[in-house]
Design a protein around this ligand. Structure first.
Ligand code: PRX
Length: 656
């Protein structure tokens, strides 16, 4: 199976409209209805969001102004008072949903648990009181380093309830990566677990937290709360570390939600860019609540008989927006699963769908490709007839994988929403509305109402049909990131200065290249910067390079992505060595482990290539384009006249 190429994708003309039955029952029922919403929002975005904010959410106090736009800084629902935990919990308690399942959790191995809205509310209130008892106040930052267990959602909602800012760090990140994020975010408290299940093994989380905090490395952290999940022995530091269950038992369940300003920070989430360390993407409360609510409602088309399952980890934005906040704000039933696709249990996803009668299922192309490889006998042996809608996110989906998903999982009856968005956008930006927009395999189709997406050149001039260019957004939207934590300047530089329209208007540049076809459908082609997409996870080449050069044997490193059938992209590192070090299989293994130690398993290079020198321009810039060609086993293409020393390239070629 190959990755999509521009040519193959542009030849993709198949159109899959939703069935009449699906459209009839959908939230948005026709292309006309979508077009009407889109046009209305385009003509007057503020009026569009104003009306939805009033009708869809609970506010303690209404806003004075819908949008205050001082490019590139936006404020939405100025002076409005709201609490997202209230919108996700309290407001459902006065309805029949009080006893509806809020979270269905399927753990490993074989544990499960269901929390109704009333139960989840109680847990969140108690835990919010635990946080308060440890001195956490409005505006304080709280690190969350958890496995996929309901307590992760409880922790996030409890922070939101009292106005503390959560900073969730994916449990697969290393102690070093965790430490960097805790320092940058000035976390006052860390919430973790003794361990968690990753594939078929228990991995320790608390030991990683201990390592991250070693020798007072993060002076801001005063307390650590530990969920007992896997029950192995862990070190508990007197005075600093506390068991979640011990404090939770004693805590009162009375904790009214704090009225927050719309623009108060809700969370920080770190993501990789093309330069420097990962950035702390800042999201605020009101606009994020509204946008994740509306996108969940219209894209996943949720109603009260749905059992919705998003397979992401809460450590990523997809987990924040579409496992926790969006579904709960809608009063939906959201499934959380601790497991992951793996050869030892090739039916694991399909078992969960059968067991709970999942109706709406949202996963990543990389998972779909892994399941294709495991064989369709596994899904075929389960009852997947409950499914009515499918989704994908994280990377472009190749048409072959799309067709497999459509046929084998969706039984040819379920629309597929291919959703394009980013950590920075907070919510889904380009996607079919499933009852309204016919899909084409590999296309994210059309922008969500209120999103003025376009494809332009560096001067901001719109590209013609199928011409290709940079994907941009031309008007602020409610859940856009507000800044890079502690670095407004980096925010401006990274997202708002690459594309410079002549009229001086600010446009948001996403870092992706895309095309729009003659039907107005968007085809996202992937990153145009030095950001890799490995199994749907974002990785900065520079981060991996910094990890490599921190090893004593490495003099210089250049990292590029190589197309990979399963992962989308694989990390390939070209490395020059210090002094007397010699390249060997041993050293290659050691360097791979070193990257895992510095960042986490998701960054493990698939391949390390030792070389005497790296191809550079006369001004000393590494020519990554050439390395990408070499890594992919292709002929070196394009101009090589700026290369300082051609023999470097020849040697590298010989080595391949
Ligand atoms: O390159 C795009 C790709 O993932 C990037 C965003 O990564 P992250 O912030 O980690 O968020 C992932 C989950 C929202 C984008 O810049 N991407 C995401 N979804 C798609 C996609 N590329 C193509 N099609 C998609 N549906």
């Amino acid at each position: 199976m190959s990755q999509p190429t521009i040519e193959s994708i542009l030849q993709e003309k198949r159109l899959f409209p939703p069935s009449a039955e699906f459209s009839q029952n959908a939230q948005i029922k026709s292309l006309e209805e979508y077009q009407h919403l889109y046009d209305k929002a385009k003509a007057d975005p503020e009026a569009f969001w104003d009306q939805l904010a009033k009708s869809e959410l609970h506010w303690f106090q209404k806003w004075d102004k819908v949008l205050d736009w001082q490019p590139p800084f936006a404020k939405w629902f100025v002076n409005g008072k709201i609490n997202i935990s209230y919108n996700c919990l309290d407001r459902h308690l006065t309805t029949w949903r009080k006893n509806k399942a809020a979270i269905i959790w399927e753990g490993e191995p074989g544990d499960s648990r269901t929390l109704t809205y009333a139960q989840l509310h109680r847990e969140v209130c108690q835990f919010a009181n635990v946080l308060k008892s440890l001195g956490v106040k409005k505006g304080d930052k709280v690190g969350v380093y958890m496995p996929m267990i309901p307590e992760a959602a409880v922790a996030m909602l409890a922070c939101a309830r009292i106005g503390a800012v959560h900073s969730v760090v994916f449990g697969g990140f290393s102690a070093e990566a965790l430490r960097d994020r805790l320092i940058d975010g000035q976390a006052k408290l860390v919430i973790t677990a003794d361990g968690g299940w990753r594939k078929d093994a228990i991995v320790g989380l608390k030991p990683q937290v201990d390592k991250a905090l070693e020798a007072g490395a993060v002076p801001s952290v005063e307390n650590v709360l530990v969920v007992q999940r896997t029950k192995q022995e862990v070190n508990m530091q007197e005075g600093r570390d506390h068991w979640w269950h011990e404090l939770q038992q004693k805590a009162s369940a009375d904790c009214p939600a704090e009225p927050m300003d719309s623009e108060d920070m809700l969370f920080i989430l770190y993501t990789s860019g093309s330069t420097g360390k990962p950035k702390g993407v800042v999201h605020s409360t009101g606009g994020y609540n509204l946008y994740t609510h509306m996108t969940t409602k219209w894209i996943f088309d949720l109603n009260d008989t749905d059992v919705y399952w998003c397979t992401a980890d809460v450590g990523w934005i997809t987990g924040h927006s579409y496992i926790v906040y969006g579904p709960l704000s809608n009063g939906a039933t959201t499934v959380m699963y601790e497991g992951a696709p793996r050869g030892s249990n090739p039916g694991c996803f399909w078992d969960v769908i059968e067991k709970y009668g999942v109706t709406v299922f949202y996963t990543a192309p990389t998972a779909i490709r892994a399941f294709i490889k495991m064989g369709e006998q596994h899904p075929n042996a389960r009852d997947l007839s409950s499914l009515r809608l499918l989704g994908t996110v994280g990377e472009p989906i190749n048409p072959e994988a799309w067709m497999w998903y459509h046929k084998v999982i969706g039984g040819e009856r379920c629309p597929i929403v291919d959703t394009w968005w980013q950590t920075e956008t907070g919510g889904i930006m380009i996607t079919p509305l499933p009852g309204a927009i016919a899909s084409k395999p590999g296309s994210a189709t059309r922008p969500f109402p209120g999103i003025l997406a376009d494809i332009v050149d560096l001067d901001g001039n719109p590209a013609g049909d199928n011409e290709g260019g940079y994907l941009v957004v031309k008007h602020p939207w409610p859940s856009m990131m507000r800044t890079v934590y502690g670095d407004d300047d980096r925010f401006r530089r990274t997202y708002w200065e690459h594309i410079a329209p002549k009229d001086g208007k600010y446009v948001y540049f996403a870092g992706d290249g895309a095309r729009r076809d003659e039907d107005g459908y968007f085809w996202v082609m992937g990153r145009v910067d030095d950001v890799l997409n490995v199994s749907g996870h974002r990785l900065g080449t520079m981060e991996v390079e910094s990890a490599l050069v921190s090893h004593p044997a490495v003099a210089e490193a250049a990292v590029v992505g190589k197309p990979d059938e399963l992962k989308g992209e694989e990390v390939v590192a070209f490395v020059t060595l210090e002094g007397t070090y010699q390249g060997s299989d041993e050293l290659s293994k050691e360097l791979k482990s070193h990257v895992v130690k510095e960042i986490g398993a998701i960054a493990r290079p698939g391949e390390i290539r030792f070389t005497d020198a790296l191809p550079k321009t006369r001004s000393g810039k590494i020519m990554r384009r050439l390395l990408r060609n070499l890594a992919a086993g292709q002929e070196v293409s394009g101009d090589t006249s700026t290369l300082e020393d051609r023999s470097v390239l020849d040697k590298l070629r010989e080595g391949t």
